[in-house]
Each structure stands twice: as structure tokens, then as C-alpha cells.
Design a protein around this ligand. Structure first.
Ligand SMILES: CSC[C@H]1O[C@H](OP(=O)(O)O)[C@H](O)[C@@H]1O
Length: 362
């Protein structure tokens, strides 16, 4: 059983406070949109898919007990509150995509005279609740697609019929603590393990929030997977001496040309992987792919407070008065990405837009 970042039942939402992990496991109530915005902005819950799910469910628990006098007033509440939630963190696109889809649903229900305001609320609640199961199903598909792609790549590169077990490297946290469960890049690791094809997974600490040391290591130890924590500064040495078969990371926003915004440090890992001839994969559900922007140059990169760099908890580790630069993400150009692993298959970056457009019938 993997760790559960989100606990939901109709009218009640709790999130595992990830600022306290791994030492303290404490669930926090999220009673409405204000709570939702705060736990996302403070990174008590984080991870592109989890942000969208918690954001939308925070609105669901807020409107659940309310009575609305008209569908118009309900639609206005939905649109205003979802757009507010999008402002909690700017880089991951999932919250924006989910908000747009739910606002479109609200507009359609408002126009349908056969739907009462009560039925509209129920349809909205069900649409937000469906995100939980869909995310887990998407992640399991990503895991299977990604494991297959990595094993096929290794088999072809080494001239063997069937590859594995393999060693892989991942960055940040893309597991059950970043999603509704199973994970994206960590879902690929889980699937490799389920296939008996995971020799070892290496996870980077991922300064300054330490998603790797505090969260990914926690998930891997919890499930007894063969894992080793490495410092962010060790990636080049690791790829030179440890026979890493592939790197697999998550994504916060993939642009139409395949450029990918992900946790700071991803770009330099991709450069090092290129230098060592190690395939570099991005695992991302369609809810993290933004075909509205042509390239990574258009992705807003969140800059977070200096204190996240100068302190570990309450302990200062940097000289008082030093300037800091703390972008939470960087952009990896499509040219450094071997494949983008989605729930619908693995795509070359240059083919992504056409493949997704065809898939969605756009
Ligand atoms: C499953 S996507 C997780 C994605 O989100 C992380 O960022 P943050 O911890 O700041 O929300 C990181 O970029 C991961 O790849």
C-alpha cells in the first residue's frame, strides 16, 4: 500500500502535510478554497497532479453544504474560485487545465434547461471526485508505458532480446505524494519493479525543498524498493560509474514542442545524461501537457522565498545577508528528451503535438 497524500469523502478533505515528512505524518483538514490555496502555495501539498486534485476538491467541499439560488450563481462561484486556485502556483499547468474543463462543464450545465441547480451541483461534485480515480489509472498506464519503453530502449542499445533488470535515476518526487497515487515517473519505477526488472533506483535529494530525500526516499523505503539517495551534485559521477540505464523524471508543464518545465535541477541532469549517452524520459499525464504554448520560453517559472535555501527547518545554513536565487523549476529543451511518457503512449518530443492533437480529436 503506497502512501496517501489526499483523503477525501464527500464533504471532507484532508491532505498529508508534506512539509513535516518524513519525520511527522500529520493530515490537515482542507475546509474550502482558502485552505486549498494556502496548502498548495505553502507546498504542504505539492506535485502537479496533486495540486489540481486538491484545488478542485477544496471547492467541492466548500460548495457541498451550500444551497444556490440559481445555476448562474453556482457557475459564478465555480468560475471565480477555480481561477483563484490557479494563482496558488504558476508553473504546473494541471490546475489551470482542470479549472478550464470544470468551468466549461459549469457553462454547459447552466445552458441546459433540463438541468436543475441541484443536479448541476451534483454533476460538478462528481466531476471533481472523478479526478482521483482517473489520476491513478493514468499513472498506472504511464508506469506500464514507461517501463516498456525503457526496457525496449536498453534491449536495442545493448543488442539483447530482453533487457533488465535495470538501474534508473529519478529527480524530485513524482510518486503517490505528488499525485492521487502510484505516481508518474515513480510509477515507471514501480512498474519496473512489478515486472521484476528494477535492479536499483537512485533518487536525488532535490534541494532546497528536498522532495527526493524527504519524500521519494520515504516512498521507496516504505515499499522496500532497492534505492539509494544521492546528492544533486553527484549526478555526473553517478552516470559515469554506475551504469544507469535511463533517467525518468516528472513534469509540471510540457509545451507543444516538448520543452518541459520540471523541478530545478532537471535541466542539468538532462545535459549530463546527454553527455553520457543515457536516455532521458519525461513522464507526464495529458493533464500536464499545455498545447496552448509553443515552447518552454513561454512557461512562467515560479521563484520561491530565499528562506527555503537559507534554512533547513528553523536551522540557518547560509550566511545572513547573502543574496539568493530560488527558481522552483527549470526548462529542459526537447532536444535533450528521449521520450515523453504519457498514459496514451510514449512520444518523441517533436511528434508530441501531432500525436496529442490526434488523440484528442482536436
Ligand atoms: C508528478 S509531477 C511532480 C512534479 O512536481 C514537482 O514540483 P513541486 O514539488 O514543486 O510541486 C516536481 O517538479 C515534480 O516533477
Amino acid at each position: 500500500m503506497s502512501l496517501q497524500s489526499i483523503k477525501y469523502q464527500r464533504g471532507s478533505l484532508e491532505i498529508l502535510d508534506q512539509l513535516l515528512l518524513p519525520v511527522v505524518s500529520k493530515y490537515l483538514p482542507v475546509r474550502g478554497v482558502e485552505d486549498g490555496w494556502k496548502v498548495i502555495n505553502k507546498m504542504q501539498v505539492r506535485g502537479a497532479p496533486a495540486i489540481a486534485i486538491v484545488g478542485c476538491l477544496s471547492l467541492a467541499v466548500e460548495i457541498y453544504p451550500e444551497e444556490f439560488s440559481s445555476k448562474k450563481s453556482l457557475r459564478q462561484e465555480i468560475e471565480g474560485k477555480l481561477n483563484y486556485l490557479v494563482s496558488a502556483r504558476p508553473t504546473a499547468v494541471n490546475m489551470k487545465i482542470s479549472a478550464d474543463e470544470l468551468i466549461t462543464l459549469a457553462n454547459e450545465l447552466t445552458k441546459d434547461d433540463a438541468i436543475t441547480v441541484g443536479e448541476m451541483k451534483q454533476r460538478f461534485l462528481k466531476a471533481t471526485e472523478a479526478m482521483l480515480e482517473k489520476d491513478i489509472a493514468d499513472n498506472r498506464a504511464i508506469g506500464a508505458n514507461g517501463a516498456k519503453a525503457i526496457l525496449e530502449h536498453v534491449a536495442e542499445a545493448t543488442g539483447v532480446a530482453t533487457a533488465g533488470p535495470v538501474r534508473v535515476l529519478t529527480h524530485c518526487n513524482t510518486g503517490s505524494l505528488a499525485t492521487a497515487g502510484y505516481g508518474t515517473a515513480l510509477g515507471v519505477v514501480r512498474n519496473l519493479s512489478e515486472l521484476g526488472k528494477l535492479e536499483h533506483v537512485y533518487c536525488t535529494e532535490t534541494r532546497p525543498y528536498n522532495q527526493g530525500a524527504r519524500l521519494t526516499a520515504y516512498e521507496l523505503v516504505h515499499e522496500k524498493l532497492p534505492a539509494t539517495l544521492v546528492l544533486d551534485s553527484m549526478v555526473a559521477a553517478l552516470l559515469r560509474v554506475k551504469n544507469i540505464a535511463a533517467v525518468v523524471v516528472g513534469a509540471d508543464r510540457v509545451a507543444a514542442n516538448g520543452d518541459t518545465a520540471n523541478k530545478i535541477g532537471t535541466y542539468q541532469i538532462a545535459v549530463v545524461a546527454k553527455h553520457h549517452g543515457v536516455p532521458f524520459y519525461v513522464a507526464a499525464p495529458l493533464t500536464s501537457i499545455d498545447l496552448q504554448i509553443p515552447s518552454g520560453d513561454h512557461i512562467i517559472i515560479e521563484v520561491r522565498p530565499d528562506r527555503e535555501m537559507t534554512h533547513v527547518g528553523e536551522h540557518r545554513i547560509a550566511a545572513p545577508g547573502i543574496n539568493c536565487w530560488n527558481p522552483a523549476f527549470d526548462v529542459t529543451p526537447a532536444s535533450l528528451i528521449t521520450g515523453i511518457i504519457t498514459e496514451h503512449g510514449v512520444f518523441k518530443p517533436e511528434a508530441l503535438k501531432a500525436e496529442i492533437t490526434k488523440l484528442l480529436g482536436l
